[in-house]
Design a protein around this ligand. Structure first.
Ligand code: ADP
Length: 647
């Protein structure tokens, strides 16, 4: 993939065109993101910080670097007359190739997505820029021209200059004089962005966003930030405001975190850690989970940002810092994954985080529930962490038939506390809404026996809850797959109600007759169905489709169908309710003439309706013509009866 299109040559200077996506991005940045333009300062400082972290890391590893003795620092100079903002760092610098590939293109593969997200999430621009790797370009919100002069830390390199007005192209030329190691960025401010050459303005931006940068930031010669490793300070000396500021700085966030945990440990591993729980789940906005992780420090030196080995995937939303004495400073990033110390740190962090969340759930329930609504979907992936499974599952929250409103939540432990005498299992139903659950015939038996059912409105639970299988010795069972025998021993509070019901049903059809009807229905439906039998679970509905024993729940088989459109839906068993008017009518028809064409027609229609109710696509043309024909007949009969009565 060739990024550069050389169009014109001047002496030593070459012009390159920006890729189309960058032009589009620059356009958006320059024209539409006017609020919060100041974040370009944060972005440039953050790039300088990364560059300093990298060169410091190389120097600690003993790499032979250019100008090893210069201080690691960031300097900002302001020139009001010239409307010029200049930032320099003594970081890693860039070679010519790096200039082209790093700031001539968007390294991030999701950049087009970002542009799309920007237009979809109006007003969230500054937040989104922080989440995506497009920081440098934000400079064009305030700049009419940008000149980057840079010298790589590699000894045999030379200095290069990159310049652009942010429209269609950029220029690169070699600089003959020997510039110092690192990068200088000169920002020629737009007329309406003059404020960024004012000292008080820049100072306040640095205090807001960059106060915790671990290198000195000198503004016109004066250091303005406070470089302290806040995670190493005693908890009692850090104020709430500092935690929030640190989080915003660290996670490039504009919102406060929902919570944080600041702790140290000596055994089995020595570490200091400061971890945050964010407020918003950016994954639901389409951000890649690859962005996340925890930063690993060894003896205050940053070894790796966004390290993914320190946190299991299901806790990838946790942001923060871990600093240990127990790893060597020159550890190679490649070997971190199998490192025994890293594994121990990870186990310790997981335990601490789970118990922190558990405390939050107990003591700050509303806050936890809000957190759950954002990140529950990720946390649920932890059902497969067998070492911590019960702890993770105790953090799960669901709506339930016991609760009044759709947005209320309860835990598996709440459920167990409310289980009825004789009830052995935890029941759940994966469904789309409470309304759909209320109409689901599978739940009729549960309502009759007053057994609580957990409702999940997230398809992932089909995997999570069926994968969990057990919680505290109780089987976790989908309500549409329940084995009715397992409900036999559940004590119903007021049995007399049910008995009275039974007595009132004096016109109950004969069981043998109904069984014959079942055989006839099976004949009519043929291969579409596994079996037809009398139901003991229905009270209000005429019929229901149930999974063959050990089969999939309706939701799961729907998911399978979505994944593989050609897969036929798993065959079901149809259960009919002998007390229902429709079934009784069918039985009368059957008794008069087992081959009655209307009987076949009704059976067909009923089957289609049940499939639809379970969420399966049925042939709409067939269904519509069936219904229309029934409507036609029903209206004729109605009119006939009416005219006869009027006679
Ligand atoms: P990000 O910092 O998220 O990767 P940017 O667009 O801000 O995205 O920067 C792109 C790349 O340009 C950086 O990843 C880095 O490699 C390089 N870069 C930017 N600023 C500097 C700098 N001051 N020193 C060295 N490299 C830099």
């Amino acid at each position: 993939m060739s990024e550069k299109t050389e169009s014109k040559k001047t002496e030593g200077k070459k012009t390159y065109k920006f890729k189309a996506e960058i032009k589009q991005l620059l356009d958006i940045l320059a024209k539409s993101l006017y609020t919060n333009r100041e974040i370009f300062v944060r972005e440039l400082i953050s790039n300088s910080t990364d560059a300093l972290d990298k060169v410091k890391f190389e120097s600690i590893r003993g790499t032979d670097i250019f100008q090893p003795d210069v201080d690691f620092e960031i300097k900002i100079y302001l020139d009001k007359e010239k409307k010029l903002f200049t930032i320099t760092d003594t970081g890693i610098g860039m070679t010519k190739g790096e200039l082209i590939s790093n700031i001539g293109t968007i390294a991030h593969s999701g950049s087009m997505d970002f542009i799309k997200k920007l237009s979809e999430n109006e007003g969230k621009g500054p937040d989104l820029i922080g989440q995506f790797g497009v920081g440098f370009y934000s400079v064009f919100m305030a700049a009419k021209e940008v000149v980057v002069t840079t010298r790589s830390y590699l000894k045999d390199e030379s200095s290069w200059q990159w310049s652009s007005d942010g429209s269609g192209s950029y220029k690169i030329e070699q600089i003959n004089e020997n510039t110092p190691r690192g990068t200088k960025i000169e920002v020629h401010l737009k007329d309406d962005a003059e404020e960024f050459s004012e000292k008080f303005r820049i100072e306040s931006v640095i205090k807001t966003y960059s106060n915790f940068v671990p290198f000195p930031i000198k503004l016109d010669g004066e250091q303005v930030n406070n470089i302290s490793a806040i995670w190493r300070e005693p908890k009692s000396s850090v104020k709430e405001k500092q935690y929030k500021e640190f989080y915003k700085f660290f996670a490039n966030a504009t919102e406060d975190p929902v919570g944080w945990m600041h702790f140290s440990a000596d055994a089995p591993i020595q570490l200091n850690s400061l971890l945050f729980f964010p407020k918003t789940n950016y994954e639901t906005l389409g951000f890649s989970p690859e962005e996340h992780g925890v930063s690993l420090f060894v003896k205050r030196v940053l070894i790796q940002n966004d390290n993914k080995d320190l946190m299991p995937k299901y806790l990838r939303f946790v942001r923060g810092v871990v600093d240990t004495e127990d790893l060597p400073l020159n550890i190679s990033r490649e070997t971190l994954q199998e490192n025994a110390v890293v594994i121990k740190i990870r186990n310790l962090l997981v335990k601490r985080i789970l118990s922190h969340l558990s405390d939050m759930a107990k003591n700050e329930t509303d806050k936890y529930n809000e957190f759950w609504n954002q990140f529950g979907r990720i946390l649920k992936e932890g059902y497969a962490d067998y070492a911590n499974q019960e702890k993770v599952a105790s953090l799960f929250r669901y709506n339930s038939s016991h609760l009044e409103k759709e947005n209320e939540l309860c835990s598996l432990d709440d459920y167990i506390e409310r289980m009825k005498e004789g009830q052995q299992n935890i029941f759940y139903l994966s469904t789309t809404s409470r309304d759909a659950a209320d109409k689901n015939p599978h739940l009729e038996i549960f309502r009759k026996k007053e057994i609580e059912v957990l409702y999940s409105f997230d398809p992932i639970d089909e995997f999570v809850l069926s994968g969990l299988m057990k919680y505290k010795d109780k089987q976790v069972v989908s309500a549409d797959q329940v084995d009715l025998d397992s409900l036999k021993d559940v004590k119903v509070d007021d049995e007399s109600d049910t008995k009275k019901d039974e007595k009132e049903k004096t016109d109950k059809p004969d069981k043998k007759d109904l069984e014959k009807l079942c055989t006839r229905i099976k004949n009519i439906l043929g291969d579409q169905i596994e079996e037809v039998r009398l139901s003991e679970r229905l009270t209000d509905s005429p019929a229901v489709l149930v999974s063959a024993d050990g089969g999939m729940s309706a939701q799961m088989s729907r998911i399978m169908q979505v994944m593989n459109k050609d897969a036929p839906p798993a065959k079901k068993t149809m259960e009919i309710n002998g007390d229902h008017e429709l079934v009784k009518n069918m039985l009368t028809m059957y008794k008069k003439n087992p081959k009655d064409k209307y009987l076949s027609n009704y059976v067909d229609q009923l089957f289609q309706v049940l499939m639809l109710q379970d969420g399966f696509l049925v042939d709409p043309h067939k269904m519509v013509s069936g219904i229309q024909s029934l409507l036609k007949d029903a209206s004729s009969w109605y009119l006939k009866e009416k005219t006869e009565k009027e006679k």
